[in-house]
Design a protein around this ligand. Sequence first.
Ligand SMILES: Nc1ncnc2c1ncn2[C@@H]1O[C@H](COP(=O)(O)OP(=O)(O)OP(=O)(O)O)[C@@H](O)[C@H]1O
Ligand SMILES: [Mg+2]
Length: 643
Amino acid sequence: MSQTEPAAPVMPPRFNFMTVVRIFLRTWPHLKPQWKHIAAWFSLQFLSGVVVSLLAVIVLDVFNNKVLLGAPLEPIQATLMLFDASYATDELTDLQRQEVRNRLIVYTIIGYFLLVVLIQRMVTTYYEMWIAQQINQSLRVKMIENAEHLSLRYHSHARTGDAIYRVYQDSAMISSIIDTVILDPINMIWSCGLAFFILWLFDPALGILVVTASVPVIALVMWFTPRLQRRSWIARNTNSDLTSRIQEISAAIRIIKANQAEDTAIDRFNEDSHTALDNAFWLRVEIIIMLALIGTIVGVVILASDFMMADWTIDGQKTAFGASLAIVGFTAWNLGAFEAARSRIGQYVGWGSALISKWSIMQDMAVGLDRAFFLLDLKADVTDTSESAPLPTPVRQITFEGVRFGYDPERPVLKDISLTAGAGTVTAIVGQTGSGKSTMMSLLLRLFDPDEGNITVNDVDLRDIRIADLRQNVSIALQQNVLFATSVGDNIAYAAENVDDEAIREAARVACADEFIQALPLGYDTELGERGSRLSAGQRQRITIARAIVRNTPILILDEPTASLDAETEQAVLRNLADWGQERIIFLITHRLSTIRNADQIAFLKDGAISEIGNHDALMAIPDGNYRQYVEAETIAAEVQDV
Ligand SMILES: Nc1ncnc2c1ncn2[C@@H]1O[C@H](COP(=O)(O)OP(=O)(O)OP(=O)(O)O)[C@@H](O)[C@H]1O
Ligand SMILES: [Mg+2]
C-alpha cells in the first residue's frame, strides 16, 4: 500500500459571497422537480400556523372574558362547543362558567393533539423529510451517473473514498437547503426587523443602539467567514481521506494480513482519523471564538440599553411614540415598559445570533455542495455524439495515425504512434516495461482518446463510432486475470451473451484449457473459490483467454495473458489462435521471443514511438536495430538462466 496523496483539488478554492450564492443557486435544478411538494408543504405549515394562532386567540377570549368574567359566549362559540343557545344569550352562571372551562380544556387538548402534534409536528415534519430525501436522491443519482461515464483518467487519479464521501456526505447538504438557506433566514430577519421596529417605537435611541452594535458584529462575521470556509473545506477533505483509508484497508485486507502489516495499517488509519477529528474540532473552535466575541458585544448592548432605559424609567419619561404604543398601554416608561422593551432587545439579539449560526452552517453547506458539484462538473473525456455510427463491418484494418497520448497531457507516454494492422494478421507489440504497450490497447478500446492523431477502423475514426458498439467487438485478455466465484463455464461465458456449452468448450480448446477443465471434479461445472483460488496461475490465464475467445469478436487483444504459461503451452495457444482467428485482427503483447517471431508483424515501441516495424526476419536484418539488440539481450538472458 503506497502512501497516497490527498485527493484533488489541492488548494482551498477561493470562496467569496458570490461563489456561495452561485453554489446555492445551482441546487435549483434538483429542487425544481419537487416544487409542487415544497409549495404544498409550505402552505400546510403556514395554514396550520394561522389556524393555531386564531384558535389561541379564541381560547384566550373564552377563558378570560367568558370563564373568568362570565360574559355570554358568542353564538358561534356556543355552537362549536356544543352548548345550547342559553350560553350565548345571558350572563353565564357559576355552574355554566365551570362547564365552559371544562369543555374548553378538553377541546384544547384535542385541538392541540390534532393540529399541533399530528399536523404540525408529525405530518409536516415527515413530509419535509420526504421532500429533502427526494432532492438529495436526485443529486446523488446525477453524481453517480456522471462518475460512471467519466474517463478512466479521473478514476485512476482520485481515491475511491473521495468519490464515496462526495456522493454520500457532501451531497447530503442539499437536503437542508430549503430550511437553512431560505426559510430560517427569512423567518429570522423578519423577527429581527419586527423587534427593531418595536424598539424604535419605544425610543429611536434603542433602535440606533442595536443597529450600531450590529456593525462590528457583521464585520466580525465577515472576517470569520473565509476562515470558516477554509476550516470546513479542510475538515471535509480530511474526512474524505479517512473514508479512502477505510476503503483501501478493507480492499487490501488479504495483502495486509499476508505481510503482517496490520500495525502499519492501523497506524495510518489512526493518523488519518486523528487528522479528521482535529480538523472538525478546529472548525468548531473557530465558530466558538466568533460567537464568544459576538457575545461580548451583545453583553455591552444589553448593559447600555439597561442603563438608558433605567434612566428613562426613573424619570418617568414618555415613550417616543407613546400614541402608537397606547394600545398596549406603554405611553410612559415604567417597569412594564422596561420589561417589554428589554424582551424585544433579547429577541433582536437572539434571532440575530441564530442568524449568525445559520450563516456559519451555510458556509459548511456551500463547501460541501461545491465538493458535490465538483463530481458533476467533471466531463467525461470519451463520449458518444448524436452522430456516432455503428462499427463498420467487416473490420478490414485498424490504423494508428500519429497518435500522441499521456495520462498527464504534459508528460506524453505515446508521442507518435503510426501502425496498420489488417484482418487475418497477428501484430506483436514489443518494448520495455512501461513503454506504453498496454496504453496503446487502452486507446484502441477507447478507454481514453488520443491527445493528437487518431485511430481508425476501416478509415472511420474511433471517435465517430458508438463506444458500446466498439467494445462489443473487441475482446481483451489481460495479465491480471480476474476470475469470479462461480463455475468454470460461467467464468468463461462471463462477458459473452447467449453462448452455448459447445461454444464455451470450443473457446476452451483454443485456449488449451479444455483438457485440464475436463480433469476437474465437476468439469465445466466446478465452482471456483474467490478469485479462482482453486486454480494455478497458468490455468487461470487460459480461462481468461478462453473468455476473450468465446466472445467471438473481430478484434482480439492479448496483453501478456500468457506470461504464466510455459513456452510449449504458449506456442500451442498461439497456433490454435492463428487457426481460429482467420479473418480477425489480433494484437499480442508478450516478452517471449519464440512467440513474437511467429507474428505477422512486430512493432517495436521505444521512446513513445514505433521505431521499427516488420516481420522477424526483416527487423533482424537491420544492423544495430532496436529489435535485433532486444532479441540478442533476451537470448543472452535466456542462456544465462539456462546455465
Ligand atoms: N492509469 C494510469 N495513470 C497514469 N499513468 C499510467 C497509467 N497507466 C500507466 N501509466 C504510465 O504510463 C506508462 C506506460 O504504461 P503501460 O502500462 O502502457 O506500459 P507497458 O508497456 O504496458 O508496460 P508493461 O510491459 O510493464 O506492462 C508508464 O510509465 C506508466 O507509469
Ligand atoms: Mg502492460
